[in-house]
Design a protein around this ligand. Structure first.
Ligand SMILES: Nc1ncnc2c1ncn2[C@@H]1O[C@H](COP(=O)(O)OP(=O)(O)OP(=O)(O)O)[C@@H](O)[C@H]1O
Length: 341
């Protein structure tokens, strides 16, 4: 008898990603002159929750068959009493699965951007450091299709265009380090896979805390949407992420091409030529120019770019526009000048 369908599904998802990693490993090492390099190391980022425990179990099962070394990292954010005990338990469970090396990293969570963003920043920094310390080829994350649907809704609510609808990428980070094998699997499958394998899971109290936006979305927003629109809404939102990502990539590429044609010999942006571009392409060029001038990407919102855009499309002699990072945009003699100070 084969494994339970949920276990088969998580293993298949991980096998696919490991195959991709092996292919990339062979491609980059084939040209090396001397003896073959050691097999790649893949780490799983594990909170002890159902998604990442399921991921760890599938990695432990699949990696030896492909000659891949597998380890794990758990991050202790130190935000709840007893978080160190939980981290130690996760380490134990990962070792029981046969993973090696297994690290527990304690981080200090700052305040920048709110509690969720600060914890995420600290976590990714710790995961980057762990991956570099061990020379890992990849770090697997347990984000599921449900997480993706939530991310799309959060992006939609920001009102800042299709890039923010494109959710999380299956491959991201420096050199494509982060991989998300479960992006097309639902959370229920991961939970079921843990249950049938008798894997103990830890339910993060933050996930149920209505103080957090994502938690409210998970427990109130999405169920209400499913009630109104039907069960397929999660899948549709996740599909929206992929379609939006493709569209956003295409528009980015268009903007790259168009940018060269709207600059004069001195490299300044020509307003008449910008005016002739489709708004989506023009706004991308303006955003990039603002970032190149020193505006921090994270603080540059759609409303800022709209204001700069009005210097092109709604010109009536208005003054300079102040942007984050002390960047100023002004129109001068038919040129758009964006610079600091
Ligand atoms: N404390 C942590 N230590 C290591 N990795 C983590 C930690 N928290 C989250 N991750 C990684 O990020 C992924 C997404 O985490 P997030 O908290 O957004 O989702 P989740 O649905 O609660 O995941 P899980 O059920 O695995 O905890 C996790 O699946 C895991 O791979």
């Amino acid at each position: 008898m084969g494994p339970h369908p949920a276990v088969a599904a998580i293993r298949l998802a991980v096998r696919r990603v490991l195959h991709d990693l092996l292919t990339e490993h062979h491609r980059t090492t084939a040209a090396l002159p001397h003896e073959p390099p050691p097999p790649p190391l893949v780490l799983v980022a594990c909170s002890g929750g159902a998604d990442s425990m399921a991921l760890a179990s599938a990695l432990a099962f699949e990696s030896p068959k492909l000659g891949i070394r597998a380890g794990g990292v758990t991050v202790d954010h130190g935000l709840q009493p007893g978080s160190d005990v939980r981290a130690a338990e996760v380490v134990l469970r990962l070792r029981e699965l046969g993973l090696d090396p297994v690290d527990s990293v304690t981080v200090t969570v700052g305040r920048a951007g709110g509690p969720e963003a600060a914890a995420r920043d600290a976590r990714y920094t710790a995961l980057d450091t762990a991956a570099e310390r061990h020379g890992a080829a990849a770090v697997l994350l347990g984000h599921t299709r449900d997480d993706q649907a939530e991310t799309v809704l959060l992006g939609l609510a920001r009102g800042s265009g299709i890039r923010s609808l494109s959710g999380m990428a299956a491959v991201s980070g420096a050199g494509g380090r982060y991989r998300r094998p479960f992006l097309e699997l639902d959370r229920q499958t991961a939970r079921k896979a843990c249950m049938v394998q008798s894997l103990p899971v830890w339910d993060d109290p933050h996930n149920a805390d209505p103080a957090y936006t994502r938690s409210r979305l998970r427990h109130e927003g999405l169920p209400a949407l499913e009630k109104a629109l039907g069960k397929g809404v999660v899948e549709a939102l996740a599909r929206t992420a992929q379609l939006s990502r493709d569209d956003a990539d295409a528009l980015d590429a268009w903007a790259t091409q168009a940018e060269a044609s709207v600059r004069d010999a001195a490299g300044l942006l020509e307003c008449a030529k910008l005016y002739a571009l489709p708004p989506a392409v023009r706004r991308r060029i303006l955003r990039r120019a603002a970032i190149a001038a020193g505006a921090p990407a994270g603080s540059l919102f759609a409303r800022h770019i709209e204001e700069v855009d009005r210097l092109i499309t709604g010109w009536r002699g208005q003054g300079a526009i102040n942007l984050p990072g002390k960047v100023v945009a002004r129109r001068q003699g038919g040129r758009l000048v964006i610079r600091q100070g």
